[in-house]
Design a protein. Structure first.
Ligand SMILES: Cc1ncc(COP(=O)(O)O)c(C=O)c1O
Length: 375
């Protein structure tokens, strides 16, 4: 049977928003207080609670969170910041726009996270910060990274990792000095645009609050700053999303389980690794084509799109963007392999079992395999 053009489009990603979010937004609109109010403060307190950190500072995006985290640490010209080459470009942009030199290290094939062995080769006496990314919501190996990077500060790019855990400890409870989250619509918790920085360091928290608001503290600007505040509307929406987080995570996990059950038999398809000490948020479900695949990634994507399934090529390795073509100081073979072979399959909390079945069936047809009964 051909699946061509059967059924509605299966969306790659979509935020899960309902009447509670609507009511929260209307409550703020009716209050007339749109910035710097009680919703933002409560959102910060609740996020600090979720992550087990002493301070949480809400900002306008994940990118501004990363940028301010580096500024708060006084990172700038003369400093090197190590970033995994296989990451969304925002991680590198934060370091570069802060004035630092971006040094790229490679990732591990299975976890797609920073490889401690490659990190060891990237580090030198100028390394001021290492930015491990919890890629697609799977926690990076922070213990090994912290050991290798003992002389540097860790700023975690936890954009995809609200709700992730490592050895039962929430991501955001600072293993390093600061962790930065995104609330972009493709993230597990969304406020439209938005971000959060967590830390246990009181001075850093004060500096971050000043930096996000024109440098102000105690009614005077102590340093030059920005307007990177989060609106009250966004914060109110975020509070509802945080309350719903256990449910949002469990729905994503059940989609991931269904993919795992149906697709594990395809020896040409690399699936996200099983969780061991980590709890994955499945912010995205990224697979990779292995050698022996029945076609190229592009052919696989065309096949999925022909069957009305949205998909997307995985992230472009940072050094393959013209802006960073000079930042590859060492071979980055795994990032490049993932750049050629990885793709996003549909993943969000609103996916129905039937939609996941359609994705699995399409993948199995590409592999021309018997379709297991449970699919
Ligand atoms: C790993 C990573 N870092 C940073 C960001 C930037 O977050 P934002 O879009 O909220 O600025 C993203 C967002 O896609 C991301 O995936």
């Amino acid at each position: 049977m051909s699946l061509k053009a059967s059924g509605k489009l299966v969306a790659l990603s979509r935020p899960s928003l309902g009447p509670e979010e609507e009511q929260a937004v209307i409550r703020v609109l009716r209050s007339g207080r749109l910035v710097a109010g009680p919703e933002g403060e409560a959102f910060e307190d609740e996020f600090a609670g979720l992550t087990g950190s002493r301070y949480a500072i809400a900002v306008s995006s994940g990118t501004t969170a990363l940028f301010l985290a580096l500024l708060a640490l006084d990172i700038g010209s003369g400093d090197q910041v190590v970033v995994p080459a296989y990451s969304f470009i925002a991680t590198a942009n934060a370091a570069k726009t802060a004035g630092a030199e971006v040094v790229l290290a490679d990732v591990e094939l299975s976890s797609m996270n920073l490889d401690p062995a490659s990190l060891a080769r990237a580090i030198n006496s100028q390394t001021a910060v290492v930015m491990p990314v919890h890629q697609f919501g799977l926690p990076a190996n922070l213990e090994a990274i912290a050991q290798v990077a003992a002389q540097a500060d860790l700023v975690e790019d936890a954009a995809c990792a609200a709700g992730a855990q490592i050895k039962s400890q929430p991501i955001g409870r600072p293993h390093g000095r600061l962790a930065c989250f995104s609330f972009h619509p493709r993230k597990v918790v969304t406020t439209g645009e938005g971000g959060m920085i967590t830390t246990n360091d009181e001075l850093l928290a004060e500096r971050l609050r000043a930096l996000r608001q024109h440098g102000f503290s105690h009614e005077r600007a102590e340093l030059p700053g920005f307007n990177f505040r989060l609106s009250e509307i966004a914060a109110a929406q975020g509070r509802v999303q945080l309350e719903r987080l256990p449910d949002l995570l469990s729905k994503r996990k059940s989609v991931a389980r269904q993919y795992q059950e149906c697709l594990a038999g395809l020896d040409w398809l690399g699936l996200p690794p099983d969780e061991n000490d980590e709890r994955h948020t499945f912010q995205s479900y990224v697979v990779r084509l292995k050698s022996g695949a029945p076609g190229t990634r592009e052919q696989f994507m065309t096949h999925l799109k022909d069957t009305k399934i949205e998909c997307q090529a995985g992230v472009v390795p940072i050094h393959q963007h013209p802006a960073y073509s000079r930042n590859a100081h060492m071979p980055l073979p795994v990032s490049e392999q993932l750049g050629r072979t990885a793709l996003f399959l549909p993943m969000h909390a609103e996916l129905s079992q039937a939609e996941v079945e359609r994705v699995c069936t399409a993948a199995l047809q590409f592999g021309r395999k018997e379709i297991p009964a449970k699919c």
